[in-house]
Structures are given as structure tokens and as C-alpha cells.
Design a protein. Structure first.
Length: 242
């Protein structure tokens, strides 16, 4: 086997790549690269040859940094014998990729689960993503000290009874009862609960569209519970200092 490396062979080249922030194919500049050329002899007259570029690239619009792996292999050709190239971009992205947001006031454990949930979505691990959505709802309740809430259910005679429950349904209602969330927000979180239940207990595959909306709603809850109140306090503090 013979392998050679060359530094910065493609440096300063401009290439078109889908940007996860711009959500479009944009020009990217190659900041640095390593080119690998290899050959593996197989007998006297035949060999396997490959050429791979490992590149650090930067979007010329938003300046986001990515990694690009572009390769060709003598074993991967079309019907006319022309090489078929393979390109891998990290972080992975597509037109519906979600760019994880950065929060300053959301508790660390919630941020960690949120990042893992978004990553599961982007890599097509939809069952895990559904479980992550449910875990986020559980986590929001725990971080806000909510351990129970009122749940209505019907008796066999048709009468309605309200009882305190410590299950997730009760906790979500408890978020509303404590004034943390509006009734509309709590009702939406119940849909997250159903989505997570189906993913975990019934082994069903949530749709990507449902999960996309669920993650958007989680982000909205984060803003409502953590980011906006903090910004409000900061604004009030600045006003009082004037």
C-alpha cells in the first residue's frame, strides 16, 4: 500500500455547499485541507486507487465553519467507468436540518437533552428523537419543581372527578396551575407526551413533520420560561440605573 499526503492542496478554493444556517447552497471558502492519495496493488496488473480531500470550510455568508470530506475511489464508477465522487459534510445537514439554538439561561441538563434530541432528528433517529421530546417535557417539570397537578377523568357513571396526579399528565397541568405556562402551552405539551409515549412504549415511528413542530414548541417553551424573563429582568435593571 502506498499513501501520500499533501497539505493545503485545495486551500482558498471556493465551493458550493448547503449551509445549515443559511438554509441554502452558498459559497464556502476552504480554510485548510489535507489531500490523501493512495493505491493498493492487487496482483501484477491491478490496483485499487483513491483520492480524498479533508477540508475545513467556511460559509462566505454567515461564516459558519464545517468539515468536508470529498473522495473518489477506483472501485466506485458509473457504467462508463467514470469515477463517482462521495461528499460528506459535518455537521450533517439537509433542507430540513434543525440548527440547535444556544441558550444562556436554560438549565444545563435541559440544554444537553435538547442538543441530543436535535441531533437525533438530524440523523434520522426519529424514535430516539420522540423519546427526547418526552424527556424534555419531564425535565421542564422537574427543573421548575412541579411534581403533581390536577387531572380530570370520568367515572363509570359519567361524572367528572378531579384528582392530584404525579404522572406526567399531572405535572404538565401543574405547570399551568403554577402560572409557569398558559393553558394553551400546557395543552400543546400534552401532545408531546403522547408523541413520546408512542415512540417509547408502542415502538411507533413518529413523523419527521410532527417532531419538527415538537422541537419548535420546546424552543418556544424555553424562551417563555427562561430566556424572556431573564431579558425582562435585565431591561428592568438597566432602567432603574438611569
Amino acid at each position: 500500500m502506498n499513501i501520500k499526503f499533501e497539505n493545503d492542496k485545495t486551500k482558498n478554493e471556493t465551493i458550493k455547499v448547503l449551509c445549515s444556517s443559511c438554509k441554502n447552497n452558498t459559497n464556502h471558502n476552504v480554510l485548510t485541507s489535507i489531500n490523501e492519495i493512495g493505491t493498493e496493488p492487487l496482483g501484477e496488473y491491478y490496483s485499487i486507487d483513491w483520492n480524498t480531500d479533508y477540508e475545513i470550510i467556511q460559509c462566505l455568508g454567515c461564516e459558519r465553519i464545517s468539515f468536508r470530506n470529498h473522495s473518489t475511489n477506483s472501485e466506485n464508477t458509473d457504467y462508463q467507468g467514470r469515477p463517482i465522487s462521495t461528499t460528506l459534510i459535518y455537521p450533517k445537514r439537509s433542507k430540513d436540518t434543525i440548527a440547535a439554538k444556544h441558550y444562556f439561561n436554560v438549565p444545563y441538563n435541559l440544554q444537553r437533552i435538547y442538543s441530543e434530541t436535535v441531533e437525533s432528528y438530524n440523523y434520522g433517529n426519529l424514535t430516539l428523537c420522540g423519546a427526547g421530546v418526552r424527556a424534555l417535557v419531564e425535565g421542564v417539570c422537574k427543573e421548575n419543581g412541579i411534581t403533581e397537578g390536577n387531572v380530570e377523568f370520568k367515572n363509570k357513571d359519567g361524572s367528572t372527578v378531579t384528582q392530584k396526579k404525579t404522572n406526567l399528565q399531572g405535572k404538565i397541568n401543574g405547570l399551568h396551575e403554577s402560572g409557569k405556562l398558559t393553558l394553551q402551552h400546557s395543552e400543546i405539551l400534552h401532545e408531546h407526551r403522547f408523541l413520546g409515549n408512542e415512540a417509547i412504549h408502542e415502538l411507533s415511528l413518529p413523523s419527521k413533520e410532527d417532531l419538527y413542530l415538537a422541537i419548535e414548541i420546546v424552543e418556544n417553551v424555553f424562551d417563555t420560561l427562561y430566556e424572556i424573563p431573564s431579558k425582562g429582568l435585565e431591561l428592568k435593571s438597566k432602567r432603574l440605573k438611569k
